[in-house]
Design a protein around this ligand. Structure first.
Ligand SMILES: *Cc1c(COP(=O)(O)O)cnc(C)c1O
Length: 368
């Protein structure tokens, strides 16, 4: 469903910061945004307790949280998050992309982490309220956006192991520039065989901080070996390609068909992944969601039947993979540069997000 009128903000109380950033400082921050380093003046917030449910919807000054040292999240990692962007279109309006899917995923993640579910109305309302308050922070340059980070954590001060009886939901926002500052650069990927990010029945399909914590050491080791990022295999058989630490993966075959690992229960269902599946189908590609054995990928890169490999997620949109290595192999993907399907799906998706082409699937939601 696409809407063209901004979401109602009525249920959020706006409590403006006493110390707004000066126009000059904000302009400097927007001129050279670096991912996740600078934040807007406010944050949206809703509190939850077992007794009161969700209450106290507000937008307040961005600032540190005061946490009791016994706060549950610090001990048992009961936490979930989302990642989205607000895009400024040429006419000045501000939009976000398929937020209903993020709201639904956030509720699914909450269920898996035994946190309270937030309604779609509160989720969308919090984004709209924050973006309206900090509208001046939505950049307008080429490929810039305001990154939105909704998250929820167990806030009860209690060391017993059970679901928290209190939680806080917040949204913070950070202006971001083009992910690839000097043009799209293919990345190199190390396939981890000694580590997994998630296992069957675990939390791999939930967007939670714990999955990221598990991916950091393998990431560090891959980096030391000269690779940019890690690709994880399934924990049950250690043979199937799953995904990167924070991005889904696609293979483009020489015959034009496309494969992506099927949702196995331990893979995160990316909104970018599902959008790309649709765009590729629209463009006439045969698209297969199926198990993707590493042996098949390796053989395909060697004999040329796999022509392109790319990763995708909200932050980088589409990232070409130019090199794939692991224990006993080091392969170049195609000629190592971004392939035509990778490049066209990337620009097609961004053209929709930035309002440069028709939103034929009703994916955009107006915030402002
Ligand atoms: C967020 C995330 C993705 C990408 O999801 P998008 O909705 O496309 O941003 C992929 N894998 C993991 C593990 C993630 O956390």
């Amino acid at each position: 469903m696409s809407t063209t009128t901004p979401t109602s903000l009525s249920s959020f109380e706006i409590r403006p910061t006493a110390t707004p950033t000066s126009d000059e400082d904000r302009a400097a921050a927007l001129a050279a945004p670096r991912f996740g380093t600078v934040f807007t003046d406010h944050m949206a917030r809703i509190s939850w307790s077992e007794d009161q449910g969700w209450h106290d919807r507000r937008v307040e000054a961005y600032g540190p949280l005061l946490l009791d040292p016994a706060t549950a999240v610090l001990h048992y990692a009961q936490e979930i998050f989302e990642g989205m962007k607000a895009y400024r279109h040429a006419d000045g309006s501000v939009w976000t992309f398929r937020p209903w899917a993020n709201a639904e995923r956030f509720a699914r993640s909450a269920r898996r982490l035994a946190l309270p579910e937030l309604s779609e109305e509160d989720f969308l309302g919090s984004l709209a309220a924050l973006v309206a308050t900090d509208a001046a922070w939505v950049p307008s340059g080429e490929e810039t956006s305001l990154y939105l980070r909704p998250f929820m954590y167990a806030s009860e001060a209690f060391l017993g192991v059970r679901p928290s009886r209190a939680a806080e939901y917040l949204v913070i926002a950070s202006p971001v520039g083009p992910y690839f500052a000097s043009g799209v650069q293919p990345v190199s990927i190390w396939v981890a065989e000694d580590y997994h990010r998630a296992g069957a029945g675990g939390t791999g399909a939930a967007k939670c901080g714990g999955n990221y914590a598990a991916s950091l050491l393998p990431q560090q080791e891959a980096y030391a070996l000269g690779y940019d990022q890690v690709c994880f295999l399934d924990a049950s058989t250690n043979t199937l390609v799953e995904e990167l630490g924070g991005m889904n993966v696609f293979l483009v075959h020489a015959d034009g068909s496309v494969s992506t690992p099927e949702l196995s229960g331990s893979i995160l269902e990316g909104v970018t992944r599902s959008s790309i599946l649709q765009l590729l189908r629209d463009a006439g590609h045969q698209v297969h969601e199926r198990p993707v054995p590493l042996t098949e990928l390796r053989a395909g890169l060697e004999d040329g039947s796999v022509a392109e490999v790319f990763a995708c997620g909200t932050a980088a949109v589409v990232t070409p993979i130019g090199r794939l290595g692991g224990q006993g192999f080091d392969l170049t993907v195609g000629d190592g540069s971004a392939g035509p399907v990778t490049s066209s799906v990337r620009s097609e998706l961004m053209d929709i997000q930035y309002g440069r082409v028709a939103d034929r699937h009703g994916w955009l939601h107006r915030l402002l």
